[in-house]
Design a protein around this ligand. Structure first.
Ligand code: PLP
Length: 355
């Protein structure tokens, strides 16, 4: 497919203080866009100046949530190159989300090519300071003008870029987590395994309520039995129990994280016993009382590793590893970020050089 490029004649000033970037608030000079109609399929791929998009107020995505997205980062590496981390996995997952939300699939190789071109054009926007990155947000929205509740006949695929600050400005501080026993995020047969906005809308209420009690995220239990652990906030979750490292198996209601997948591969390469299996919250409570619950952490692109220092389940406050980051969590964080920022040898071949 042909990729048209229209460069911005009106470049924005770049942020001068990279310690003040925050997350997802500043955007670069350009964006990628492509349209879909039934007659033409995906067409008119273009890189254009970043700006407002106009759509009919009756566009389907505004009413029935036909929207999917991805999230990945570009890193300014030690050798001056710009790198991505396993980007093919993101476009593969985007197509899996397309399948579930009835959106026509994209050409993964072309999308990656277009992303690379976009990053090359806006390369000066990739921040350099330690821990910073260029956050990449590909997304697809239904844009047919229709209030009929059916799959849209028109779509737009857009990629925007946002220079973002270090997630851990003050080191990896363990977070307090509220085990949610009332609200659920997703159910088997639902859309939990797709990266779609509706899952986030469904999770806000529980997150707000946990926040009011001083907890930074919730631990989600399964929607049928309210027993089996699923995810923590919008991250996958791991527990070190005795000599076993456990993460919930992909049951259909869990988002298959690329950080999760990478963490499993790294831990196995280090010789740990890693189990993807059902994990009952009661098993965790028992392990806590038996003092075999050693570490807990979330995994995701934004934080990479987020150590859990406390879990509140009903009236039980479970303190994990004295509220300190665990040895395995720290080693995993150092290894993943080391590969991402090109600080250590990339034995897995995950680092993807843009330029
Ligand atoms: C994106 C996401 C994750 C993490 O996926 P990564 O590919 O590791 O960033 C986990 N859970 C949910 C609900 C997500 O949306």
């Amino acid at each position: 497919m042909n990729l048209k490029i229209e460069l911005s004649q009106n470049r924005k000033p770049k942020p001068t203080d990279e310690s003040q970037l925050g997350f997802g608030k500043i955007f670069t000079d350009h964006m990628f866009m492509m349209d879909y109609t039934i007659e033409k399929g995906w067409h008119d791929a273009r890189i254009i100046p970043y700006g407002l998009i106009s759509m009919d107020p009756a566009a389907t995505c505004l009413h029935y949530g036909q929207e999917i997205f991805e999230g990945l980062k570009a890193y300014y590496a030690e050798d001056g190159s710009i790198r991505l981390f396993r980007p093919e996995e993101n476009f593969k997952r985007l197509n899996d989300s397309c399948e579930r939300i009835c959106i026509p699939k994209i050409d993964e190789a072309f999308a990656l090519e277009a992303l690379i071109k976009l990053i090359e054009i806006d390369a000066d926007w990739v921040p350099h300071q330690d821990g910073t990155s260029l956050y990449i947000r590909p997304f697809i929205i239904g844009t047919e003008t229709s209030l009929g509740a059916h799959s849209s006949t028109r779509y737009q695929f857009i990629i925007i870029l946002s220079p973002s600050g270090a997630y851990y400005a003050t080191g990896l501080n363990p977070v307090k987590i509220y085990v949610e026993t009332d609200f659920v995020r997703a159910v088997r047969g639902g859309t939990g395994a797709a990266k779609t906005g509706g899952n986030y809308a469904a999770s806000l209420k529980a997150q707000d309520m946990a926040g009011e009690q001083g907890y930074s995220q919730v631990l989600w239990l399964d929607g049928v039995n309210r027993r089996y652990i699923e995810e923590v906030g919008a991250m996958n979750v791991f527990f070190v129990i005795g000599d076993e490292i456990v993460t919930p198996e992909l049951s259909g209601s869990i988002l298959p994280g690329i950080t999760r997948k990478s963490a499993i591969e790294i831990l196995k390469s280090w010789g740990y016993q890693v189990s993807e299996r059902r994990l009952d919250i009661q098993e965790l409570v028992d392990a806590y009382h038996a003092k075999t619950l050693k570490e807990a952490f979330g995994t995701g692109t934004a934080a990479v590793i987020s150590p859990i220092g406390e879990l509140k389940y009903h009236d039980l406050l479970m303190n994990i590893n004295n509220n300190q980051i665990g040895e395995i969590s720290q080693r995993l964080y150092d290894t993943l970020t080391g590969i991402q920022w090109g600080k250590i040898p990339d034995d897995f071949g995950w680092s993807y050089r843009v330029k």
